[in-house]
Design a protein around this ligand. Sequence first.
Ligand SMILES: Nc1nc2c(ncn2[C@@H]2O[C@H](COP(=O)(O)OP(=O)(O)OP(=O)(O)O)[C@@H](O)[C@H]2O)c(=O)[nH]1
Ligand SMILES: [Mg+2]
Length: 362
Amino acid sequence: MPSNNPFRAMKPILSAEKLFSIAHDEAMKRSVKGTSENVPLIRRARKKEATRIELLSKALRNRLFQIVEEFPNIGSDEVIDYYVEILDMSFGVDKVRKTLGSFSGSADVIWKIKREYLGDVWHAKTVIEAKHLRRTAYGRMKSVIRKLDDRLKFIEDIRAKMRNMPAFDMEQPTICIAGYPNVGKSSLVNAVTAAAPEIGVYPFTTKEVIVGHFNIPVFAGSDAVKPITEIPCQIVDTPGLLDRSLEERNEIELRAVAALKTLATAIIFILDYTQNSELNQQINLLKGIKKNFVGIPILIICGKKDLLSEEQKEKLMEYWTLNIPQNEFILVSMNDQGEIVQLIQNFYKKNHQEIAKRLKEL
Ligand SMILES: Nc1nc2c(ncn2[C@@H]2O[C@H](COP(=O)(O)OP(=O)(O)OP(=O)(O)O)[C@@H](O)[C@H]2O)c(=O)[nH]1
Ligand SMILES: [Mg+2]
């Protein structure tokens, strides 16, 4: 499946007032045509008002059904799990389904009103009565639409939010970056995707999940200079996580958790020893992630190498051997782009089988 965000195909959802007035104008404009001068006045009036009722009910129903049809199908492949998680977190999937269902229900009510009033209009005795009946039918249809105003706004809010979500290609390996706030996650993503113009420098705390693209070269042998091919990969920047339970996490953190859960075929976890006081919490967070994402390769690195004194580096080495002995000691500076790129290439090479396996599972 190519990278795509299906919410971008949705047209803006109008307010109830606007939706009604457009459908109304459409119906009134179209129904003036085709009335013959030779037919008695009352019959002409009946026909005219009946057509108006018919046209408005059709226009309203079509617009309601269009909203339901244009909304991406939550159970289908086009809505990837990441979008479902975000949708659920921010709006509630059940509520979305119920709201869309209520549009279909309202379309049925409009149809019933139409049928009821068409019968009456055909029996109208005067031109005034026919017109009055049509107006009453319009009034009732309007009140059905008016009642949907909050729900229309709700769907428009969803559209506005979801269309800004990045598009992901679920067939590409995806490396998610995770770690405490301010450890250098965005800096790493910047270093790797420096050539991609759509990725800028992030001077602020990351609040949304962001995707960058890069290629991993594949060499025929260890001494080959030129790669035989390149594998397109996604690298996902996530908001910082604190060491706390899922229930305590705020919505911004939950976005990071959702990305790890639904997008990651590999994880790079960054530690920051300059935030010395938080190192134990950072390690706890790491343990939590390892426990929750068994089977996903995790690369653990410690950033901000350039800011550490020799003494600090030694201390860190001791700490590392004591607390995360099964992982090699990798200390890097995010300013060293070449080193970072190399690190990720090696990580991929070492774990490409697990990554491919995870890719199939997602
Ligand atoms: N000197 C130095 N500064 C670094 C390094 N890595 C990150 N920084 C700086 O640390 C600060 C935080 O870096 P970010 O990349 O924004 O950290 P983050 O983990 O994305 O932060 P959040 O999005 O808030 O969780 C920035 O001022 C970076 O320039 C590094 O290796 N060396
Ligand atoms: Mg960041």
